[in-house]
Ligand binder design. Sequence first.
Ligand code: CP
Length: 334
Amino acid sequence: MTPTYAKRPLQLNDHGQLRHFLSLDGLSNALLTEILDTADSFLEVGNRSVKKVPLLRGKTVCNVFFENSTRTRTTFELAAKRLSADVITLNVSTSSTSKGETLTDTLRNLEAMAADMFVVRHADSGAAHFIAEHVSPDVAVINGGDGRHAHPTQGMLDMLTIRRHKGAFEPLSVAIVGDILHSRVARSNMLALRTLGCRDVRVIGPKTLLPVGLEQYGVRVFTDMNEGLRDVDVVIMLRLQRERMQGGLLPSEGEFYRLYGLTTQRLALAKPDAIVMHPGPINRGVEIESAVADGPHSVILNQVTYGIAIRMAVLSMAMSGQTAQRQIAAEEAK
Ligand code: CP
């Protein structure tokens, strides 16, 4: 399995409050519940005529995305703007990193512009953790997805979606289906579901797309989708990450869809009121049938809406945690 990068002290301040948000690994049920409750309270901001609260007024949030993104980048930008922060989004493909500038030098320059928070997406596992270790102690780092390792805000928006549609986590059966091997979303979801007390977390996929060591997450593993889907409350489909595959992992996309595609017929094996989720981008006809993606069980677009509230919660909580840490350091220096 991918090693654990985010050690508890780096993410939390001396009072146990969020300071960076790098991974769900090691975070408590209480802290995850606080994030969900805070996000719940922000949902109504999106329904106001003036969609703003002043919590991050005067702060600067810098989105630095070294990998493509539609949902994560735009919802972080919206979340920061709804909190009244100033927002810069660095387009890395047109930045000086393409002229050979190192990651550290790019970040030093952004720090010199007095950014208070970095939201980072990077193709390398551990990149957000590396950045959190190297930026000034006053800057909060939020992981917008690093390699195969973690996508913690996606994990939390998925938890908010489940809680709002299904209530308490404990009695639920949740299936995560598809390309588990390459999925940072699967890792974050397994950690979040188990921490929040979900007793029956199932992981379904072909042997070649299941990483070794899955049992450490406390999940049940299935290679037969029909068996794994039986009577579940929630189905989380994953994108087949063809760009991360080195060949030989799948006979063909057609074969994958035949065995692991979520069709209307297969969905009938789940509970009648099951919800269908997908982090996006979806590949219609590769992992999910269009009729299911657009059908009455699908909450895929609700996930995107909830993502703004979760990102508002994480940005505001990390900023408070940083401020509190500065006060602790100032007291200690007296
Ligand atoms: N779910 C997700 O991370 O989507 P993007 O790649 O569009 O940000």
